[in-house]
Design a protein around this ligand. Sequence first.
Ligand code: ADP
Ligand code: MG
Ligand code: ZN
Length: 365
Amino acid sequence: MMDDASLNALRAALDSYADPYLGESLGAAQAVQDLRPAGEGARARIRLGFPVGGYHDELAEGLKRHLAGAGITIPLALELVAEIRAHAVQRNLKPLERIKNIVAVASGKGGVGKSTVAVNLALAWAAQGARVGMLDADIYGPSQPLMLGLAGEHPGSPDGKHLKPVAAHGIAAMSIGFLVDAEQPMVWRGPMVTQALSQLLSETDWGELDYLVVDMPPGTGDIQLTLSQRVPVAGAVIVTTPQDIALADARKGLRMFEKVSVPVLGIVENMSVHVCSNCGHTEHIFGAGGGARMAAQYGVALLGELPLDAHIREEADSGRPSVIAAPASARAQAYFAMARRTAAALSLRARDRSSVFPKIVVEES
Ligand SMILES: Nc1ncnc2c1ncn2[C@@H]1O[C@H](COP(=O)(O)OP(=O)(O)O)[C@@H](O)[C@H]1O
Ligand SMILES: [Mg+2]
Ligand SMILES: [Zn+2]
């Protein structure tokens, strides 16, 4: 059995492990909860603020290498626990009661793959063990019904007051597309949009959620600005492609969220590297490193670099996004890693403290 001195050395070594998703040490994250001798080695409980499904082997491998570097080679058994907390939203708002974190997925312009990122993010979090909802708020092109295989579905309202979200691949989905006719595009005026979307958010019976992913309307106009002011968002993810124009638009998105004090969790560079469908060779057809440069320039994280891969389009368009259709593929793994980085970035944000105060009712104006 281990003596106290070697147990202390082990604890110090575990605490100093820099988790690649958190970007900080397990010690700083107060993750090592319980460490005790077990058999020839030790057993540790690691508590993380993000979903841990599928993380055990990767973390165990990383820790093993790290410990070996510190001269520790005893067998270590790990128990991973996820403790997902509600994080602070805009100063004048409070989080919804049963939804811990709303995460907005936004883009400076349409067509960059925002909806594809949003749906794979939501499904990846669910696969990693979180309770997840998806609100498709993209009035210009609600594509979640298609991507979730729910085209033609209509949400019910068992109590005549609340909408029941539609279930798909383990998440709860609501879309503006369920309520409007896809063939008859509506002319939306700003106030109508905010009204309709606030209603979809608050009158849907989401149940208890760890994360609600919101597929935002693309762009940085009045509608987007009003939404970012009204919806209690814990963090925003900005999707861009590597081209200069797309990056310039993404910068505008970043500034919009800054203006309304929504923390930007990071940038996702979509269609970063082209994967040939014939031979699988990869090529940076739009130039390499644009997302990384922008992230560095603005001091935000680069949450993912996703391939431009025809499978991604085929899978999303057929209602089974890549993390569902081909979870072991390289493309799905890129989404899983992006999802873990995003949740880890959120876990480092300040926690919501509003629940210690009485409930505040915000009047609709
Ligand atoms: N990484 C990718 N590789 C290949 N096709 C993609 C990728 N991301 C998105 N697409 C496809 O590009 C099109 C636009 O994506 P979408 O997510 O609808 O963009 P947005 O929501 O930003 O308008 C869709 O047909 C989608 O399937
Ligand atoms: Mg879209
Ligand atoms: Zn090729």
